[in-house]
Write a protein that binds this ligand. Structure first.
Ligand code: GUN
Length: 286
């Protein structure tokens, strides 16, 4: 039976340390959170981010637009937030509605306030190994591995998923930490053959329970980034959350595994708090 990578517990510890650091600042940092549309998952994520801000002493300001907002209107708000010295971090919750070009929107956010680390300048620096603000989910995964003393050097790491938000940046971080990295995706032939060679398996596809026991090497470290809402009419909430890994099956044979919920998700939020503090510090000459 595997050791559970308890992201919830580690995230609480990190937030407590951040709270203490933030309490010693002259001013409270401020994060602007921009939400477009009514996607229920995005709404939940945004509210979790706001609750975390409150917990650590960061002011959060929400800007909510309807789905049919014009790209220009959003760009104008972002320019205003860039120019406002009271705002230290700006986060545009993704995905944006289909009529919007996410790249164009993200490009508008000042790289100094880009607490998601998605701006091309921040991604470019990151690829060069010159990190400033880096994406929260991969940063959180790395912190989780480090907290459990999981060594990456020389290990075979397999990433399933090639998104800009998780797959690509976690592959970079693993490489930086001297792992040998294979990136798989929806067009990969014989996925099982690749995943079963992994010492460290990171799964970020959004396909519920994609990874079964027979796809994972015994003793591997498994990090599950997926969160899918599965309808369940027998439950009060009407749905439950599932990861990309068949947790019940896989936990029997691996050495470490992250649960969903309570694994990577809380780490992402804690890293957002950390990035907001970093942005505040660099804007205030610290
Ligand atoms: N949607 C899914 N993950 C993320 C994230 O890390 N940041 C933002 N802004 N949107 C997301």
């Amino acid at each position: 039976m595997a050791i559970i990578l308890d992201g919830k517990k580690i995230a609480e510890k990190i937030k407590l340390e951040l709270k203490e650091k933030i309490s010693r600042l002259d001013k409270k940092p401020c994060l602007a959170v921009v939400l477009v549309g009514d996607d229920p998952s995005s709404k939940v994520y945004v509210s979790m981010k706001q609750i975390a801000c409150e917990g650590v002493g960061i002011i959060s300001k929400e800007y909510h637009f309807s789905t049919d907002v014009k790209e220009e209107e959003l760009v104008n708000l972002l320019k205003k937030l860039n120019a406002d010295s009271n705002i230290n971090g700006i986060l545009v919750q993704l995905p944006l509605p289909k009529h919007m070009d996410e790249y164009e929107i993200i490009k508008t956010v000042s790289p100094l306030k880009d607490v998601d680390g998605f701006h091309p300048i921040n991604i470019g620096r990151f690829s060069w190994g010159r990190k400033k603000l880096i994406p929260c989910t991969p940063k959180g995964i790395l912190r989780l591995l480090k907290e459990y003393n999981i060594k990456m050097e020389g290990k075979d790491a397999v990433v399933v998923g090639r998104s800009n938000v998780v797959g690509k940046p976690i592959a970079l971080l693993l490489m930086e930490n001297n792992a040998t990295v294979t990136v798989c995706h929806s067009k990969t032939n014989n996925l099982k053959e690749k995943t079963s060679k992994a010492d460290i398996l990171i799964v970020a596809t959004g396909v519920p329970k994609l990874i079964k026991k027979n796809m994972v090497r015994g003793g591997a470290v498994v990090v599950d980034v997926g969160v899918s809402r599965i309808e369940d009419l027998t439950k009060k909430k009407g749905y439950y959350l599932s990861g990309d890994v068949d947790f019940e099956e896989v936990k029997e044979s691996v050495s470490y595994i992250s649960p969903v919920p309570g694994g990577v998700g809380p780490m992402t939020v804690a890293m957002l708090m950390e990035n907001t503090l970093e942005a505040y510090k660099s804007q205030n000459g610290e």
